[in-house]
Design a protein around this ligand. Sequence first.
Ligand SMILES: *[C@@H]1O[C@H](CO)[C@@H](O)[C@H](O)[C@H]1NC(C)=O
Ligand SMILES: *[C@@H]1O[C@H](CO)[C@@H](O)[C@H](O)[C@H]1NC(C)=O
Ligand SMILES: *[C@@H]1O[C@H](CO)[C@@H](O)[C@H](O)[C@H]1NC(C)=O
Ligand SMILES: *[C@@H]1O[C@H](CO)[C@@H](O)[C@H](O)[C@H]1NC(C)=O
Length: 959
Amino acid sequence: MSAATAAMARAAALLAGAVAVSAAVRNAGAAAAGVSVLPVSLPGSVAAIPTWDVQSSAKITQDPAGLSKPGAVPPSSSDSWYHAPVSRCTVMGCLLEAGVYNDSDLFFSDHMAAIDKKQFQVPWLYRSEFALPGAATNTSSSTHYLLETNGITSRADIYVNGQQVADKATQSGAYGGHVYDVTALVAAGGGDNTSNGIVVRAYPTDYLKDFAIGFVDWNPYPPDNGTGVWRNMTLRQTGSVTIESFSVVANFTPPAAGAASTTTGSNGVVTIKARVRNLDKSGSVSFVAEADVTGGDGSAAAVTAKAAPPTTLAAGQVTLVTLTAAVASPAVWWPRQWGGQPLYKAQLRVSTGGGSSAATLSDTASKSFGFRQVSSVVSSADDILFSVNGRPFQVLGGGYTPDVFLRWDAARFEAHARYTLDMGLNTIRLEGKMEQPELYDVTDRLGLMVLPGWECCDKWEAWTYNDNLPTPVPVWSDADYATANASMRHEAGMQQSHPSLLGFLVGSDFWPNDRATGIYTAALADAGWQAPVVASAAKAGYSKALGPGGMKMPGPYDWVPPNYWYDFDPQAASDDDRYGAAFGFGSEQGPGGGTPALSSLRRFLSAADLDDLWRSPGKGLYHMSTAESSFHNRSIFNTALWQRYGAPRSLDDYLLKTQMADYEATRAEFEAFAANWAPATAASSKARPATGLIYWMLNGAWPALHWALFDYYMHPAGAYYGVKAATGSRSLEHLVYDYVHKSVVLVNRSQNVTGARTVRAELISALDGKVLGNTTTTTSDKLQSTPNTSHTVLASVPGIASIADVALLRLTLFEGSSPTGEPLDRNVYWLSAGLDTLDWESSSWYCTPVSKYASLQALDRLPAANVTATVTATVGGRKTVVLENRSAAPAVFVSLDLVDAAGADVVPVTWSDNYVTLFPYETLALTVEELAPQLGMRAAVGTAVQLSGKNVAAATLAL
Ligand SMILES: *[C@@H]1O[C@H](CO)[C@@H](O)[C@H](O)[C@H]1NC(C)=O
Ligand SMILES: *[C@@H]1O[C@H](CO)[C@@H](O)[C@H](O)[C@H]1NC(C)=O
Ligand SMILES: *[C@@H]1O[C@H](CO)[C@@H](O)[C@H](O)[C@H]1NC(C)=O
Ligand SMILES: *[C@@H]1O[C@H](CO)[C@@H](O)[C@H](O)[C@H]1NC(C)=O
């Protein structure tokens, strides 16, 4: 039996099992006041159980079956339950919703450590009551109700109206989605008077033994280990013939390289494959299937896939139906940096009752999809290169994490996604954090690529060859393989049609063994998966079936100096002794930074904690990684900061220095990868181009002191603007200074921008403004700006050798062959007299130490600069703020914060640029926009801008 057939047989057994529980339990008791009537009255309609009451099984004496009867918890005793007015929440998430805890308190200082974890070592009960209005139309086929789960952590028993529907052997794993036919158990059609009861007994979670959603060493574990109904449980109505699953596969020929990205593709064919089942026990039924494909976003495709000829299904029988529709000139879906995001929709209908005129709708389902192609190749040096729509695609992204309590907020996620794009990044990686289905709708709409996959360091990677787990390794049982199979099938089915998917990583630090690989790949293939499947995010090994994954994971995860990324020979074929340096595909790495700004720190640190930050630089901190982790303190970062920027004199001084260090560190990493991207030129001299980088991480699951490009409260600071500077996100063309080779590289991340460019490099001494070097060059014919590649435009920057203490380097890029007009790009560095000396031989899995630090301490002696700020324009919600440096001294690291009338931070916010350094007498225009109004979020309104800088007096500008 193939894996696919086995899964089908198992699914059939589930349905049959549920139907077999056919005791006469139709309950027509009166619904308690306030019982929700689910809007489920048409074939294909589906609704989530909208709210839950939760309680520990230690506090409830009734058996769960009895409890699941409507009215089993009379209003008089309902006070002993916690009421969570949401359709999905982990136990902790429910308790937060119910007001038992609140997160401003929990996240403050070390308060979360005080929660009694023992209370979560027993099962918790979820209970709800709901009414079903009954079938709205008189259908000739019978009406069925399906209860669908989308994963319950760690596993669950489910009861409906006094009967057990599922047990924990089947309903297992955070991603184990199953469908149970509860038709014989539920009451419907009695209007508001008919109640149904449901109880879920969710079992406690141990990350080493259960398929859950863990955080490894990233942050403290949630006290409940994420146990509970974290995703919706839904009721679905269908006729006798139901669509169990379906996939939408879009094939087409993308426009040739060089064509405008608005050009349509050709030969569009949409294939819809469905698994269809006859739920009736009583007899055979014949059905027809047809599908409509319609274009969203103005893309005009309205075609109907031809109806499959009537098929007859015996009682309980399953069949596969395939329909195709031709779409002429499909509008092509692009990642944001390359074009638009046109989306299409495929709606599938199955009808019973003979010829189509007499047919009665039995079930319907739809999926949104796009025309985009993703592929990958792995080079002989074991580096993966992705392509999107036939164009080589350099992945630049970050590791995304959900909230520590897995709370989903669509507007909040969209703000994260917009920040990611605003930084000029194009991808998020989800390491075992597949979130809610809504995530993929946002990424499709915004053009942000997603790299999902399974997580490391726990049950998901409990292989005999995984030496990073406690021994004895809890290797998988047959039941575990079944859970993995259900999980992969569910996630693949949910994600499959989304054009924002870039691939699926079936392993992270380790690769799945052959049996698991077979299960995963069969599940993905059955789901119509169209993107690459990668064995692992690391080079530890791979299964034969998938081959090498082409991603590297050698660190760093903690601070390294800017020259780290460039310190290798780009001509050398093998540079694996250079770890995370800018070649190949780094699947999770970075210099560790991401210190929140003071406005955010005050929300979660006590005065004593704030003191620790700069007075006890080696101390273990609760808001870092867990105490067992190598990242529990900030000592690597702080040692470098003390040496390079000078011992901090105050908290403010420390925080300013951390922002400078973070900016310098993230910019260097992203710039080095961008500068070593050169797949498009056959003449590339790079033996191992940099094909991708996932920064570790994008965001934090809670208010953390490191590893994020923006903090939990969404205040973008140094790490954020370092990345934004590195991508030249304004024009997709950017000048990069290579710290090691002392050269300037022009990066062009567009698909279609070409032409001559003029490059200016100006180097001045930071303390006295003396010009150390000044050169202006126009690109030669051979070195014009070329789409989707990078090349060196200045072999050396004059004056670098004469830096005495600290110098400022300004790189400016102009369109055409003279330095005129508004620059396309501008980038300023603060540079020391020498580079940090790396001790490569002493590298660990998380860091390469520095044996001699460079000094930037002269920055503490900068003369004061006088900077004015003026609001010059307001267009829509976007304001322009012009900064003018009125002094002969440079103005270093000038930041602007949007605040409300009370001086509180206004977030989410995007600035065109921030933490800018102005040369003497330079003027810079920046724009600022609040995101909350666009996203429908509640937030303070900006009324002023606070300005500060390294050598600039703090000031406030009213808007
Ligand atoms: C989950 O349920 C909520 C509440 O009914 C609903 O708003 C949301 O769209 C549902 N999401 C999914 C993916 O079912
Ligand atoms: C959470 O999982 C860890 C193992 O990763 C385990 O040691 C701990 O006991 C679990 N906590 C609860 C509340 O079950
Ligand atoms: C270049 O591509 C962008 C999309 O990335 C598009 O908006 C623009 O119109 C294109 N320009 C030309 C000249 O094709
Ligand atoms: C560099 O030279 C250009 C062209 O002569 C000049 O406009 C610019 O002001 C100079 N830059 C500095 C920092 O002196």
